[in-house]
Design a protein around this ligand. Structure first.
Ligand code: GTP
Ligand code: PEP
Length: 210
């Protein structure tokens, strides 16, 4: 049997409005803050595109700079519709992907490794599965095979996905689980080893990440 090849859907709201919890590191000005948010996205998309189990990466965004960057990395983009927040945007991206095996991936995984992503996708044999974040409360990957994605991202999403019948995946996968919401998360990602875009940005932060 041929290995399953996945369509990944990655959400990215406008760079300047995203990741406000990282303002203590960036100062929040239009330059470095947006550049850091974009670097996190670029490293996530680059690792996803490098994964042999991934056929297609679809980024849901209205941010022109983010769109240009991810297209240069080989992703497709679709507009941020229906403009009702994260979960409707992910459902829209999943429908636009056209695939039977679809997964939503967080856009803030700078330490993601393509071999970890491949292992998680290979383990996702139930109709709907998820990978909890390092804290165990959020979600970094939600998979759906032959069923609608039914995303329930947001605070407490790991419990929400489990309550909706998704199966938690138990692999170690430290880079896949290390989403970056806070300065401490970025320090932890740097400790694991971040991708080239985030590594290049670190010296420009007004405050050191680690
Ligand atoms: N396309 C799209 N992406 C979204 C939307 N809302 C959130 N996201 C993305 O989903 C991810 C998680 O969103 P949140 O947890 O709300 O994070 P955030 O708002 O960027 O961060 P904070 O301001 O620090 O809470 C981020 O990568 C966002 O860019 C949306 O309406 N549309
Ligand atoms: C939206 C989520 O993530 P965060 O707010 O941690 O980025 C989530 O884990 O469902």
């Amino acid at each position: 049997m041929d290995a399953v090849r996945w369509s990944l859907v990655v959400p990215a709201k406008r760079l300047g409005a995203a990741k406000t919890r990282l303002v203590p590191l960036t100062g929040g000005g239009p330059g470095v803050h947006a550049d850091l948010v974009l670097a996190l996205l670029a490293d996530t998309v680059a690792a996803a595109r490098d994964c042999a189990a991934v056929a297609d990466v679809v980024v849901v965004t209205d941010d022109e700079r983010a769109a240009a960057t991810v297209r240069a990395l080989g992703a497709r983009t679709v507009p941020d519709e229906p403009d009702r927040g994260l979960n409707p945007a992910l459902a829209h991206g999943a429908r636009a992907s056209g695939g039977d095996a679809v997964a939503a991936l967080s856009s803030d995984l700078p330490a993601l490794r393509s071999d970890e992503l491949a292992a998680a996708l290979a383990a996702a044999t139930a109709p709907r599965c998820f990978v909890a974040d390092a804290a165990g409360t959020g979600t970094t990957l939600l998979t759906a095979s032959g069923v609608p994605l039914d995303p329930r991202f947001g605070r407490g999403s790991a419990a929400a996905h489990a309550a909706a019948g998704a199966v938690p995946l138990a692999g170690g996968w430290p880079g896949l689980r290390r989403d970056v919401d806070t300065p401490a998360d970025l320090a932890a990602a740097v400790h694991l080893g971040v991708g080239a875009a985030t590594a290049a940005l670190l010296p420009r932060l007004p405050r050191p990440a680690a």
